[in-house]
Unconditional design. Structure first.
Length: 94
């Protein structure tokens, strides 16, 4: 039978299908970015000081005066900040 009866991503372990995105596809895109951009252009992208570590993902919101009002660092693959937390921190009605 050629009919599509389900999406294999709907049956992924650990509740990954509830994220609203396909984690394996996202991981593939990140890997392609790593190989095609980051490694290819590492000399241009690397920190000036070799003692510095880089953080792959995160979010920071800074006021005009340079005051940080929100900061978030990813904890791993497919991790994203909660938009409601961001809106609450910057006092925007959602």
């Amino acid at each position: 039978d050629q009919n599509i009866v389900g999406n294999k991503f709907d049956n992924t372990p650990f509740g990954l299908s509830s994220w609203g995105r396909r984690p394996f596809e996202l991981a593939t895109l990140r890997l392609q970015s790593l190989i095609g951009i980051q490694i290819k252009h590492y000399d241009e992208l690397k920190p000036v000081d070799d003692r510095c570590l880089t953080q792959q993902g995160g979010c920071a919101i800074v006021e005009k005066g340079g005051n940080s009002i929100y900061s978030w660092v990813d904890r791993g693959l497919c991790d994203v900040p909660d938009i409601h937390d961001i809106l609450e921190e910057i006092s925007v009605d959602n």
